[in-house]
Design a protein around this ligand. Structure first.
Ligand code: VGL
Ligand code: ZN
Length: 208
């Protein structure tokens, strides 16, 4: 499959806290790094997403007395899964994995910066109305197709893919360049939601 010049690769949350040894480790998270570097070489346009929370963020269990990680609570914008503290701004856990090598990426989009609102998606925060500006950036650069890779497949990658579709892009997720948390069957649900939304689920061999 030839990659059109109107395509961008979106590399999602390949950060130390999502790698085994980190605060919110995604199993096998480190294994996708060389493949992501290789895939990125096929794209002129590469955008990197970075989970970037202030200390005391609303998505942290530690911000809600009596709650523990993976509890689900109600916040003003709806249900929120609570997480261990992770990707706190300017900490080592928020830095990209040291093996990530994307010198030609031109934009790093940071998300989850609002203390009261989570943002799994690189496009739209969890209130479903505050945008990150990413769709506008891509459209102004003539991009019509977004390929997504990274962590976690069943959270940030899925929500970014669904929002890419809602914003009018063709969207593909490269499954073998992504890994899931798989909390209570969340991986199977994510695959189904992406298929229903018209997200193409592909393997890296279709691009390399
Ligand atoms: C993510 C949970 C909390 C992700 C980010 O990158 O998938 N998951 N924050
Ligand atoms: Zn987060």
């Amino acid at each position: 499959m030839a990659i059109s010049s109107r395509s961008a690769l979106l590399v999602i949350d390949v950060q130390n806290d999502f790698i085994p040894g980190g605060k919110l480790a995604v199993p096998e998270g480190e294994q996708i790094v060389p493949l992501i570097n290789q895939l990125a070489g096929q794209f002129k346009q590469v955008v990197i997403a970075q989970d970037w929370h202030p200390a005391g963020h609303a998505s942290f269990a530690s911000s809600h007395p009596g709650r523990k990680p993976y509890d689900v609570i109600q916040l003003p914008y709806g249900e929120q899964t609570l997480w261990p503290d992770h990707c706190v701004q300017n900490t080592a856990g928020a830095e990209f994995h040291s093996g990530l090598d994307l010198p030609h990426a031109q934009l790093i989009i940071r998300k989850g910066c609002n203390p009261d609102i989570d943002s799994y998606s690189a496009f739209l925060e969890a209130d479903r109305s505050t945008t990150t500006g990413l769709a506008g950036y891509l459209k102004e650069r003539g991009i019509d197709t977004v390929y997504m890779v990274g962590l976690a497949l069943d959270f940030c990658v899925m929500f970014s893919a669904l929002d890419a579709r809602s914003a009018g892009f063709n969207a593909f997720v490269v499954l073998d360049a992504s890994r899931a948390i798989d909390l209570d069957g969340s991986l199977a649900v994510a695959i189904e939601r992406m298929q229903t939304a018209g997200v193409g689920l592909i393997q890296s061999s279709e691009l390399i």
